[in-house]
Design a protein around this ligand. Sequence first.
Ligand code: GLN
Length: 491
Amino acid sequence: MSIIEKNLTELCDAVQKRELKSEAITKAFLDQSTRLNPKLNAYITMNEKALEQARDVDKKIASGAKVGRLAGVPIAIKDMLCTKGIKTTAGSKILHNFIPQYSAAVVEKLEGAGAITIGKTNQDEFAMGSSTETSHYGICRNPWSTDYVPGGSSGGSAAAVSARMAPMAIGTDTGGSVRQPANFCGIVGVKPTYGRVSRYGIVAYASSLDQAGPMGHTVQDCATIMEVISGKDVRDTTSAQEAVPEWSKNLTDNLKGLKIGLPKEYFAEGVSDDVRKVVKNAIDIAKAAGAEIVDVSLPLTHLGVAVYYLVATCEASSNLARYDGVRFGYRSDFEKSPAVDVDDFYSRNRGEGFGSEVKRRIMLGTYALSSGYYDAYYKKACQVRRLLRQNFLDAFKKCDVLLSPASTTPAFKIGERIESPIEMYLNDIYTTSTNLAGLPGMSVPGGFSKDKLPIGVQIMAAHFQEQKMLNVGYAIEKSLNLTREVPNVVR
Ligand code: GLN
C-alpha cells in the first residue's frame, strides 16, 4: 500500500516503529497536493515549513527522544483556525493578509502531539455555506466527481482527505460543516459535544454553536484526534470540565444493549431514494450488531433551520463587527481616494472585504437584533432553541443514540443551489438542530448513489456520550469496509 493510502493510525504506527520517516510521509502528501490542488482547490495555503518540521521530527526520533502519538504525521487545518506564522483567511478577502501571532488551541494540541500542519484548507467564507462555493479563494470541487460540490463549509478539509492530500483534517461545525462535507466526500466527520474542544483561536462565526472536529478515513482515526484536541481550556470559558475518555481504545462493534432511535421527522419527504437505501442498510447492520431499533419523534425538527439561521446570523453580526480594517485585515485604497469620514472608512473596508453571503447574514442578524425586532426574532429563536433541545432530551429517554440521513441528497452540482439561499439553507435541515442542542454528531460513510457519489449516515448522541455514537459508526464501518475506497482522481 502506498503512503497516501494509509490512514492516520497506520501512519502514526509506522513512524513510532521507525518503518517510515516523517519526511517521506509529508513529502508524499505534499506531492499529491501539488498534483491535485489545481484541480480540486482544497487548500488555500500550504505550510512552507512542513518538510523542515518533518525532518526535525525524524531527527528527534533518531536521537531516541520521546515523541508524541501523532509524531511526524501531517494534518490539514481548516482556514478558520489560527496558525501562528501561517496565513489564516477564513475563506475571506477581508483576512487576505492576516498572519496570526498565535495558534488555536486545537492546533497547539495537535502540534504538541507531534503532528505537522501541512496546509490550510478551503472553506466557505467565515464558514457560512454548505458547498464551499462562497470562498473568496475559488470554489472547491468534490474529488468523487469534480462537477459536484464537496459540501461545506469544511469542503476543503473533506476534499483533501478524500483525495489523499492529507490523512486527516480538522473542520469546524456550526450547523453541519464537518458532518455534511464528510458525508458528501465519503469520509468520517465528527462534531464533538459543544464544549469538548476549545474554541480558542478559532475564527468566531456563531460562538454558541461553533465546534471543531476531526475528518478522517476511519472512526478510530477520528477518535484518536478527539482525544488529542478535547479538554478544558481556561482561555475558552465555554469549554467543558468533563474528563476526556479514551474513545479510540474503547471502540467496539458489539452493539448489544444499545438502543438506536430513528427520528421519524428525519425520514420525511425530500429524502432521496439513494439516501434512504443507504440509511436503511446501516440500520440493518446496527441491528445485526445487536442494537435494538426504536421509533422516536423530534416534533420541532421543521423549525430547526429557521431558528438556526436567526441564532447564527445574530451571533455572526456581532462577531464579525471586529473586521473594520483598523488593526488587521483588508483595507481599501484610501491613498487613491481618501475616506470622507470614519463611517466611510469602515463601510468601504467592509463593503469591499466581505462577500455577498456574509453581508446577507450580517444584515439579517443585525436586523433581528435591533430594538423593536429583538423580541420577535432573536428572543423567540432562543426560546424555540430551548424547546428543540428538550425534544432531544426527551428522545434520549427512549434511546442511546439517534440514526438518520446526514442530508436529504448526496452532493449536488456546482452552481445548482448557490443562486437560491433558501434552497441552500434548507440543505442543513438534518444537521443544524444538533448544534442548537449542543449535541455530538457524526457522519460515517454508508455507501454510494447510482452516480457513485458517497452517501453518509448521521449518528447523534446525548451530551458527552460520544463513545456510544462512535461505536455505532465503528460497527457500520467494519461491516461495510469502505475505508479503502478512493475517488478516481487519486489514481
Ligand atoms: N451550512 C450552515 C451555514 O451556512 C452550516 C455552516 C457551518 O456549520 N459552519 O451556516
